[in-house]
Ligand binder design. Sequence first.
Ligand code: GTR
Length: 324
Amino acid sequence: MNIRRTLIAASVALSLVPALPALAQTLKAADTHPAGYPTVVAVENMGKRLEAATNGRMKIQMFPGAVLGQEKETVEQTQIGAIQIARISLGVIGPVVPEVDVFNMPFVFRDIAHMRAVIDGPIGDELLQKVTDSPAKLVGLGWMDGGARSLYTKKPVHTPADLKGQKVRMMGNPLFVDTMNAMGGNGIAMSYGEVFTALQTGVIDGAENNPPSYFTANHYNTPAKYYAQTNHLIIPEILVMSKVSWDKLSPADQALVKKSAREAQLDQRALWDKSVADYTAKLKAAGIEFIPVDQKVFFDATAPVRAKYGAKFTDLMKRIGDVK
Ligand code: GTR
C-alpha cells in the first residue's frame, strides 16, 4: 500500500516537472596551431555560428597553440570528454581508428583537388561515419584541408638517394615511418611540439609538412632550409567530437553541430588557400629554397607502403581513384 502510494506520488511529481530547457553548452576545442591559423579561425567561426543559431546557448571556446597538449594527448582527452572538439591531423587518428588510414597513405590522392572531391563526397561521409561507429568514443564531425606535405631538410633533396642516412621526423603513425623509409630516409616518429628543438640540435635532419605549418611552427628558422616539393602526403585534417559530450546533446543540437562543422569545412578551405599562398611567399622571402622534384620517383618508391597498408582497402582505393 505504502509503496503504491509512493509510486503514485512520484508519478504525479514527475508530471509536474516542466520540460527541461535545452542545456547551455560551452564546447572546449583544441588545436595545435597558433591563433590566426586557418583551422583555428574556422573553428572559432563555427562557434560564432552556433552561438547565433542558439541565441548564445551554445558556444565554442578555442584553445589554440597546443595549450591542451600535443595531438595524441588531445585525442585522448577528447575520448574521455575532457575536451569536446579536437581539430587534428587524420594521421594521428590512424592508430585509434585504423580504417581511416586509407586517406593517410602516400600519394593516395592525385592532387589537392582530388582530395577535396573525395572528402566532400560520399567517401568522405563514410570515413567520418567509420570514426563515429568505431569503439574510439569519437564522433567524426567534418574535414578540413591540410594541403600537401613536402620535405624540408638540411641538405638539398632531389631523389630518394639524397635522403640516405637522413633522419626525418614523421607524425606518430607507423604508416608514416614506413613511408619515409621507403622514400629513402630514416623515419622518426615525434610529436609536432618537439620538432623545432630536434631540428636545431641536430637530433633530426629534416621533417615534412605544408608551407603554413613549416612557417608558423618556425621550423624554417632552423638548418632545414631546403624544401623539396615531393607532395608525398595529402592528409586531410579532421574535426572530431567527444562521444561522451555528443551523447549529452539533444538530437536538434547534434544536427546543428554537424551542420556548422560542414560550413566550417568550406570556410576553412578559403582561408587555407590564402594561407598557403601567403606562407609560401614568406618562406621564399626568408631565403628557403623550393626544389622542384620528379614526384613520380617518390610515388614509385612508396609503392610497397600502399601495397602493405592498402591491401585491406582495395575496393575503397579503386573508388577513390575513380573520383574525378
Ligand atoms: C600539420 C597539421 C597538424 C599536425 C602537424 C604535424 O600540418 O595541421 O594537425 O598534424 O602537421 O606534423 O604534427
